[in-house]
Design a protein. Structure first.
Length: 463
């Protein structure tokens, strides 16, 4: 197995590409290198995805529950995240938090979870021979967790400390301000962990009811990757899945309607050394295949040290330490972000230069740029699926949201066939300066200056 770097200077743009012969292998659909992927749906609609990786010494299980912060009412904001915490506090057979943690950590494994806007994920990665005990533990957590007052009241304080940590971090805070701009008066604009008020006041009965309504078989996907037998996994889970019933009261989410017609701005004063800023535009849903064209645009803007904005802001002008761009995709909406931090005295110049590049981008990119960007995006996908945990996440999340998860090689084939017209059409539909949003956390105080900058016509004075 070999790899090498290719460095290209083209159109005043330094591109650094990493090649690996894994790329050639994964494009070969008949290659024995590709893992075997199988799915199974039980009678109660619990879905299982198995990914057989024959040479792996590790195994991973990821459980995806289709519930998150966008499904919550305002007075229950943070309840999905709170329940995620409670599932680690003990079950009938493992009554203490350390009983759960030690079951995995004592064999050298890792156990964790996360709550997002549209899903809650529990995952474990263990040496291969401990796969079945890991499955047993996670099922125990999902089905038999204890909601006891003493533990829950203690966890309220823990989550409040988590909220303090999020608030104190300006990079986290500016993301929250941006979400408020993109999705005003909508749960997508809320803090995932809720507020101190909701955390301290939601009742145990509310938590139990919310869990019973949403932690149900037809709202869960279990994805397992490692050296395994699909049939044995299905048989083992069939026993754990007995007498698990669905609910008619599953939570529904509120649709998003983007009505923004002019730039929006939010500034929060903080006495920090840097101004932390994010600029964002409404994007695409997870179901829209054009999202891969938007990913290419994101890489073009600030997807690495050779990207347009990194070269412009850091290498040419020394304005930032880092600048990056990324996309997020939800069931019915999404966004394109550019994030940076700078000396407060330079923040207006950073915003001007980013806006200038976005304005120029409206003219489209070149064929030569596109070829390099596609190689870069494909390489990033390959890096994301290097181990069993990444594979379990790829297939599990895809099954949850799309009902029919596409394999990495299918997505790579799709990206390979994206043409210049595809990308430039997405640029025309997404890069709309009238819908630009800017959020800043830092010692900046002049709102009028930033509002003036945002309402420009393409002729920016960069003095």
């Amino acid at each position: 197995m070999y790899s090498f770097f290719v460095i290209i200077w083209k159109e005043n743009f330094l591109w650094v590409l990493f090649y690996h012969n894994y790329y050639d292998k994964i494009l070969d659909m008949d290659s024995k290198f590709l893992p075997s992927v199988n799915t199974h749906r039980f009678d109660n609609n619990l879905r299982i995805v198995t990914i057989d990786v024959p040479n792996s010494k590790l195994a991973s299980i990821s459980v995806f529950v289709g519930i998150g912060s966008r499904y919550e009412d305002e007075d229950q904001s943070g309840i999905s995240h709170f329940i995620e915490h409670i599932l680690f506090k003990g079950t009938k057979s493992r009554p203490n938090p350390w009983d759960i943690a030690s079951a995995i950590e004592s064999v050298g494994g890792v156990l964790n979870a996360s709550t997002e806007q549209e899903m809650t994920t529990y995952w474990s990665k263990v040496p291969q021979r401990h796969l079945y005990s890991s499955i047993d533990l996670i099922f125990d957590m999902l089905r038999n967790s204890r909601f006891e007052k003493i533990g829950i009241d203690k966890e309220r304080l823990v989550i409040c400390e988590e909220l303090n940590m999020i608030y104190d971090n300006p990079e986290n805070r500016v993301e929250y301000l941006m979400d408020k701009l993109l999705w005003p008066n909508h749960p997508l604009g809320n803090e995932i962990a809720g507020t101190k008020n909701t955390v301290m006041n939601m009742t145990i009965d509310e938590m139990i009811q919310f869990k019973n309504n949403n932690y149900i078989p037809n709202n869960i996907v279990i994805s397992i990757a490692g050296k395994l037998s699909h049939n044995k996994i299905v048989s083992y889970i069939e026993e754990l899945n007995k007498d698990w019933f669905n609910s008619d009261d599953i939570s529904k989410y509120k649709d998003v309607s983007i009505t923004q017609a002019k730039p929006a701005f939010n500034l929060e004063y903080r006495k920090t050394e840097q101004s932390h800023m994010i600029m964002a535009l409404p994007g695409l849903s997870i179901k829209d295949l054009q999202k891969y064209s938007l990913d290419l645009i994101s890489i073009y803007l600030a997807g690495g040290m050779s990207s347009k904005l990194f070269v412009e802001l850091r290498e040419k002008h020394g304005l930032v330490y880092d600048v990056n761009s990324y996309t997020i995709n939800f069931l019915d909406t999404g966004a394109l972000f550019v994030a940076a931090g700078s000396d407060p005295s330079k923040s207006t110049e950073v915003v001007k230069r980013v806006l200038s590049h976005l304005w120029q981008l409206q003219n489209g990119i070149s064929e030569s740029n596109l070829a390099i960007l596609k190689k870069s995006l494909i390489g990033r996908i390959l890096l994301r699926i290097e181990d069993t945990l990444a594979l379990s996440y790829w297939y599990g999340a895809g099954e949850l949201f799309l009902k029919n998860s596409k394999s990495p090689e299918q997505i790579i084939s799709y990206i390979d066939n994206i043409n210049l017209t595809d990308v430039n059409n997405v640029i025309k539909s997404i890069i709309d300066i009238n819908k630009i949003n800017l959020a800043i956390v830092g010692p900046d105080t002049n709102n009028k200056v930033f509002n003036k900058i945002l309402n420009f016509n393409g002729n920016i004075d960069l003095i």
